[in-house]
Design a protein around this ligand. Structure first.
Ligand code: ZN
Length: 277
């Protein structure tokens, strides 16, 4: 199955491919009306606007580093996943979006291995049955995804950070695909690159995820970028991924629409481009 991911409402309605992922809520804090019939993507705790307005809500490390766009290794702000008011509002939002179409969760998880050590997280971990902090974090995220699944009528997809090395997602983000599998219908892995001058890493990561998710029911969607990518390269890359993924979606700006349409037509027809790598 092939489709696209876009924040452009008109383009999203153009029905390029079989499935369209639409950015309803982005990590910068932008909120858009969800689009009927699309897979509406909702950023979970990635929310730069909230963190900018209320810095105390940001996830924090034991040494006091807050998850803001200025912090090293962070491109956006991240609210602490145990913030109860934020969690309630997020679930309400998911219910509203989930009444319109399928839902994709983006940034579900803690923003790094050293998060979160706010007073509330320390307290909740101490009061929990878990002796290991990673296990506690994994339970926090799985509980949230289970609650989200109850509120979404259609399919629920969860985005995974592109690191399939066994145990790494758990350590990084508190995300354990096996724990989420009972509640989601699919996983989405973004493997975006500028121009894809090399493609071996995309195939390697996709293969890694295919192994990591083996035996789990949810389907695997790989997200690629189309911006400025040579169409032949995109066709060849997509064909390399077909053995590992159930679906491919292309991040698409209006200017790339014709390219993506053409790439999807060519992969469906089994066109073989002559790649000069
Ligand atoms: Zn916290």
């Amino acid at each position: 199955m092939y489709g696209m991911l876009t924040a452009d409402r008109d383009l999203a309605r153009a029905e390029i491919g079989t499935v369209t992922h639409f950015f309803a809520d982005s990590v910068d804090g932008t909120r858009r009306e969800p689009l009927p019939g699309a897979v509406n993507s909702v950023a979970c705790w990635g929310d730069t606007a909230t963190v900018r307005d209320e810095p105390a809500r940001a996830a924090v490390t034991a040494d006091g580093t807050r998850a803001t766009p200025d912090a090293e290794g962070h491109d956006w702000g991240t609210v602490c996943p145990t913030d109860p008011d934020y969690r309630d509002k997020l679930l309400e939002r998911l219910e509203r979006v989930g009444a319109v179409g399928d839902v994709r969760l983006t940034t579900p998880g803690f923003p790094g291995a050293s998060f979160c050590h706010c007073e509330r997280c320390d307290r909740e971990f101490a009061a929990s049955d878990h002796e290991d902090r990673d296990t506690w974090r994994t339970a926090v995220i799985a509980d949230f995804v289970a609650a989200a699944a109850e509120r979404v009528e259609g399919d629920l997809l969860a985005t995974l950070y592109p690191d399939p090395y066994p145990g790494n997602l758990r350590e990084r983000a508190g995300v354990d695909p096996g724990s989420l599998a009972p509640f989601v219908d699919g996983f989405v892995v973004p493997l975006c690159g500028v121009g894809y001058g090399t493609t071996y890493w995309v195939e390697s990561l996709a293969r890694g995820f295919a192994h990591e998710l083996e035996g789990l029911e949810p389907e695997l969607t790989i997200q690629l970028s189309a911006d400025g990518v040579d169409p032949d390269r995109l066709v060849g890359l997509t064909q390399q991924l077909e053995a590992h993924a159930d679906a491919v979606v292309y991040g698409t700006y209006p200017a790339d629409a014709d390219t993506v349409k053409d790439v999807i037509r060519r992969v469906r027809e089994g066109d073989t481009p002559s790649l000069t790598v």
